[in-house]
Design a protein around this ligand. Sequence first.
Ligand SMILES: [Zn+2]
Length: 432
Amino acid sequence: MAGSKMKLELSRVVQGKGRLGVLKGLGRTGQHSLKIPGCLLYTHFGSVPHLTQDTLHTMRDLPSVTQVTLSTIAEHQEVLEEFKDGFRKFAGLHDTVLYCSLHDPATSCPTGHTTNKTVSVWGSGGRIELTAAKFMALQRTIQPDWYQSMADGETWLSDTSRKRVRKSVDRTLAHLDECLLVHKNSQEFEGAEILGVVEGGDILEERLRSARETAKRPVGGFCLDGFQAGSMDQALRTQLINAVTKELPEDKPRLLQGVGQPDEVLACVGAGVDLFEAFFPFQVTERGCALCFSFDISPDPERAGSAPSTVLELEQERDAPVEAQQNGDNMVDGQTQMTSFEMNLKDKRYQDDFRPLVEGCGCYCCRNHKRAYLHHLLVTNELLAGVLLMIHNTAHYQGFFSALREALATDKLDLLQRRVLSKGDRPGGKSE
Ligand SMILES: [Zn+2]
């Protein structure tokens, strides 16, 4: 790809556990890098929900790649064309690598609107039908550093027929070829990367065909589509992703779309995935919850001296409160359900709980506020609740990815897995 400087340097590949490395040379000038396994910065129209750029940049270790979605930008094409300087400047973004995906991972979109030549995205004003030509014209006005190729991804429902899945793979390859042709012949895309999309629903042969054919094309990396929550069970998903990643070249990144829960992330990293969309902390924030699962894999310096670390783990697990079951009740808020990785701060039990959200968390919210205060903000519908929760949830999620990389580097994945899955084993969990 002309002018591209992106290079994936793998420092460790553990079969069945994951790939550790750094994506270097990102952005048009090649000055950015991103550690893998990692995630992208999730945004709505360029801004992290609830946070201003100022607030956002008080946070450390943010991902260097910002995700925007075509569905929210498509209806502003004329304005962007008039503006001329691309979406990054339009949205007042700081120095970041801009990645444009087709759909928003936190929003499900209606099916039944693709044709051989078009796909549809949904903006606030309704459906927008895109041909490859219109899709590329949009990318030209957005000026992303990476973008997902146009794809027919309407095969994630489990009852999709084999014929429909085959058609989706064929169409997606045809769309990719059309996009690549324009990409190659336009100066505006110099230095930008196009990510090819692997489709194939839950049919192994179609997944393999999609992966092999996409890998033959000059793409910068791969989007694995159609594995989003609710599309299939975790065992089948892991099995299919394993098969797909084996067909992909080692030296290009694999981005998994629509998967973000910590246990699922661990399983998918084990199956060879490098990158995730970080919409999960946003969903948790929207239901008034705070991430509180443990990912601490470092030995506790204060207690390590008095007990061997294995005993320590057992003790912590035995002491663990079962908070998730107590306040979970499968609460439904919008489209997403509360998971066992979070606490529901609207719950009355927090009205006089004067601890931080997570003991030991270094985020602004945990350093300055108590659970009781967050509870008050939530029950009185104060906007600050969303701000503080988004700060904590983003920091907590980034901390998890950081621990994941450390675990890969130091052979502690099993320990991390136990920590993440032991639902009550969390710092500061209320023991009653
Ligand atoms: Zn925090």
